[in-house]
Design a protein around this ligand. Structure first.
Ligand code: ATP
Ligand code: MG
Length: 421
């Protein structure tokens, strides 16, 4: 009988069979960051809701529909974090990391995020991201570095069928001019009420609308690239050059905008072609305005977040299997009470010596115990009964060949270490 409870809608359990892949993905996404001087940071799973509503901008989907809020009677309103950037910046400012050390402050994180989404394949209410933020520097090399690190992380997993989309969103000088031009254009279209509202608050988001009735009207919309100021153009050109020099291919995508209003200049997304509708495996960009929005000094910054769940799906789509962790080396099968005591001690010693060892638990006969040994995937079984122990012996059975040899009890650990080397 199974329990009467199920994992909440939009969530799932990471079970041992897939956990190895998940852990390997998190590790692979993080490894290039460690090599590039990013320090690890963990922030709380919940924060003051205003950190996200202010920081993220009132008009985004995350804030208007997707936030999990927690209301306590006397406290402030809290929200489960929908993304990592605002929290990491909050923590940086709170601990004065931007005053103590070099700029940029380079940080990376790995953890769960929460969004009240309509669950579907690749879209969950709890999902995992590995993210990176470089806080307090404006330098096209930094934007390029982050794109290269994500690219190298995906490559190190063996992924091939992903593409990098790149755009510049302009800055506080040129974007408002474009925004006004776009709004004027959108005003002349035949749009539903919600889209009209979105056009008023965040017109760039409308460009991202993939519904055919909207998309076909967007042909001929003013293009941001024609409005970029000279500084933004030069900056973007430099980012593109550095990516090309690093052998990182990308596609210029005029329609790429981020969901979050505080993004400026460089913006990018990693899409995987084997994932269907939920094709974005990661995304990020420059967010020069966010620090000031949450009460900090001007700290131009750039970062990304890569989706762990979708990266795992991308590996499946490409048929890539990551090498799993080594299984159990040794499985002990004691016959009788005294043997249990002795082999339990031997297993403890094997573990302390760095081998992975397990033992049969509960009342089991020899046949069931040997079956457990086979199932464990161990290379060797150590079998011992009263008669063996009387002679200070155990039987070492090679579970692949079936060969069995007696080994002196006090030579067991060295023998196994030798054999498993
Ligand atoms: P989408 O357009 O798919 O909703 P997004 O723009 O909301 O993505 P970001 O906020 O940029 O996504 O988050 C970065 C990455 O996190 C995404 O590229 C994706 O891989 C992952 N991600 C975002 N939302 C979810 C979710 N609900 N479930 C699983 N992964 C997610
Ligand atoms: Mg989303």
């Amino acid at each position: 009988m199974s329990s009467s409870f199920q994992a909440p809608r939009g969530t799932y359990d990471i079970l041992p069979a897939t956990a190895a892949t998940v852990l390997a993905v998190r590790e692979a996404l993080a490894a290039p960051l460690r090599r590039a001087g990013y320090g690890y940071i963990e922030t709380p799973v919940f924060e003051d809701v205003k950190l996200f509503s202010r920081g993220v901008g009132e008009s985004t989907d995350i804030v208007s529909k997707e936030m999990f809020t927690l209301t306590r009677r006397s406290d402030e309103d809290l929200a489960l974090r929908p993304e990592g950037t605002a929290s990491v910046l909050r923590a940086t400012l709170e601990a004065n990391l931007h005053r103590i050390g070099n700029l940029p402050v380079k940080l990376w994180y790995s953890g769960s995020q929460y969004r009240y989404e309509k669950p579907q394949k690749g879209r969950y209410r709890q999902f995992w991201q590995v993210g990176a933020e470089a806080i307090g520097a404006e330098d096209p090399a930094l934007d390029a570095e982050l794109v290269i690190l994500a690219h190298d992380a995906y490559r190190s997993l063996g992924l091939r069928d992903f593409r990098i989309l790149l755009n510049s969103l302009g800055d506080k000088t040129c974007r408002p001019v474009y925004r006004a031009a776009l709004q004027e254009f959108l005003g002349g279209l035949d749009l539903d009420e919600e889209t009209v509202r979105r056009a008023a608050i965040n017109p760039l988001r409308v460009l991202d609308d993939k519904r055919p009735e909207v998309a076909k009207q967007l042909v001929g919309a003013p293009r941001l690239r024609d409005y970029l100021c000279e500084d933004c153009k030069a900056y973007h050109e430099r980012v593109r050059e550095l990516l090309t020099a690093a052998g990182v291919g990308f596609e210029d995508d005029d329609k790429l905008v981020r969901g979050l209003d505080y993004y400026t200049r460089t913006t990018f997304e990693f899409v995987h072609d084997g994932l269907g509708a939920q094709s974005a495996v990661g995304g990020g960009g420059r967010y020069d305005g966010l620090s000031e929005m949450i009460g900090g000094p001007a700290l131009p910054s750039v970062g990304w977040a890569l989706g762990v769940d979708r990266t795992v799906l991308a590996l499946e789509a490409e048929g890539i299997e990551l090498p799993g962790p080594a299984g159990t080396d040794v499985f002990a099968v004691p016959l009788g009470d005294e043997a249990r005591r002795v082999l339990f001690g031997a297993v403890t010693e094997l573990r302390r010596e760095g081998l992975s060892a397990d033992i049969v638990y509960g009342p089991k006969g020899l046949k069931a115990a040997m079956k457990a040994a086979d199932r464990s995937g161990a290379r060797y079984a150590v079998v011992a009964g009263e008669r063996d122990l009387a002679e200070n012996l155990v039987q070492l059975k090679d579970l692949t060949s079936g060969d069995q040899t007696p080994v002196a009890l006090d030579a067991l650990v060295t023998t196994l270490k030798e054999k498993l080397k």
